[in-house]
Design a protein around this ligand. Sequence first.
Ligand code: SAM
Length: 239
Amino acid sequence: MNLALLFDDDFIRTDRALLRGRRLEHLKSTLKVSTGDRIPVGRVNGAMGFGEIMTLSDQEAELRVTLEGSPPPGLPLTLILAMPRPKMFRRVLQTCASLGVKDIWLINSYKVEKSFWQTPWLADESLKENLTLGLEQAKDTVMPQVHIRKLFKPFVEDELPALLAGKRALVAHPGTATPCPTHLSGPAVLCVGPEGGFTDYEVEKLEAAGCDSVHLGARILRVETAVPVLVSRLFDACL
Ligand code: SAM
């Protein structure tokens, strides 16, 4: 936690916030703070600054909060991700939040197991928790938006064309002819497949909607590796 992300219900006054639970534990066990110390904080979807520790007990830490700076800019990227298996999903979400991805669409695909959609990690609170961990890691405050689409064809036919309008649109697909581009300067949409890859039909549908298939070389990467490699390759800003 390189920044404590503060939510509205953490504030007891305009400039005072209470930290409990995980964040308090981190302050005490990892950062080993004392009264009077300052820690980096940010208000969700707002400014960043510091919190001076006014009181510290086993139950809570009271911070005097000064917010003075802007969070880093988000990436101009819409990430469309075939729903990963649950244990990978949490890590991918955290990674996306840390990288500055602000718009995430979780979609179905033939090789997504139906059970993946039952994961408790898809509950609103769990999404928020994992995105918060990613933001706190990277010192950012702007919460990514997550959209869930459990039917591939209606999403690709009815919604995707509008999402792609005016943007560079890519589908990462091993074995295609075109290498993934680098140093993009404008907005982009990136589709990443499931563990077993997109089917030929799905790639055709994504291409028909306007996506170009691109590859990352001969090595097939796990989704959790492919996402940060693709994103950092596309945008210098996340380095
Ligand atoms: N056997 C699958 C295939 O050939 O498509 C492998 C899928 S890979 C584990 C999961 C996803 O990560 C892929 O659908 C793709 O979006 C992305 N990916 C992984 N390695 C890649 C590479 N070398 N080139 C392009 N995309 C890659």
